[in-house]
Write a protein that binds this ligand. Structure first.
Ligand code: UDP
Length: 239
């Protein structure tokens, strides 16, 4: 028999880039379909799933500002990019028979629901996947910060940060063959050593609210489910 599931409610953070696949822009239908299947499996197993999706595959405010655009306008574009990604994920989940709701921090009522915390919790309780879009709704923040904020607001037991590598390494494993993976790190170690996990705002939010964080490779099939079944050997735990 399978090991028991350790979590009732999780918050999964996917970067926009995770949706691109091998492309350098936009959304790969194949990749988003694969991710949706991993999410379907854990949702069917009874885990309540909140999702935060980034927008870096379309626009990033900082990048637009480097090219001369007003930063706040650029961040608005970045947040709207996350709404597009969220709609694509909602569609991919619905095609697999999973009920999903996009809730946006910026009001776009013709397109999706507003983020209202109590409604979000209700959706989760009913087994619907909630996709939190538009980040925090404020410029100068990131979707990593949105992920830690929403996770804390809805009472998720863990924040799972999906990456292309299986955790946090002592050096870039693609460049340094001697790089090793940390199994466990403290929030303060991540902050002090400026380890590339999430931005500092997000880490501080997790630390101050005792929200554990696991960084893992979402593209390894079954990894997400393994973590929920207590697989401590996967990725890096920060707590
Ligand atoms: N953004 C923002 N406020 C937020 C979240 C995101 O202004 O609370 C903007 C910001 O410009 C950011 C972009 O949306 O660059 C896309 O989000 P992010 O860079 O976090 O996406 P990811 O790197 O996860 O794909």
């Amino acid at each position: 028999s399978q090991p028991e599931i350790h979590y009732r409610r999780i918050l999964l953070k996917l970067s926009g880039e995770a949706l691109m696949g091998d492309g350098d822009y936009g959304i790969s239908p194949e990749v988003i379909g694969r991710l949706a299947k991993e999410i379907r499996d854990v949702s069917r197993a009874g885990v309540e799933v909140g999702l935060v999706i980034g927008g870096g595959n379309i626009f990033r405010g900082a990048g637009l500002a480097d090219a001369g655009m007003d930063r706040v306008t650029g961040d608005h574009m970045g947040m709207l990019a996350t709404v597009m990604n969220a709609l694509a994920m909602q569609d991919a989940l619905e095609r697999l028979g999973v009920f999903a709701r996009v809730m946006s921090a910026i009001r776009i009522n013709e397109v999706c629901e507003d983020y209202i915390r109590r409604r979000a919790v209700r959706h989760l309780e009913k087994g619907r996947v909630v996709i939190f879009a538009a980040g925090t709704g404020n410029p100068f923040f990131t979707t990593d910060s949105a992920a830690s904020l929403r996770a804390i607001e809805v009472g998720a037991e863990v924040l799972l940060k999906a990456t292309k590598v299986d955790g946090v390494y002592t050096a870039d494993p693609l460049k340094d063959p001697k790089a090793t993976r940390y199994e466990h790190l403290s929030y303060d170690r991540v902050l002090n050593d400026k380890l590339n996990v999430m931005d500092a705002t997000a880490i501080v939010m997790c630390r101050d609210n005792n929200l554990p964080l696991r960084v893992f490779d979402v593209f390894e099939p079954g990894n997400l489910m393994k973590i929920l079944r207590g697989g401590t050997e996967i990725g890096t735990l920060v707590d």
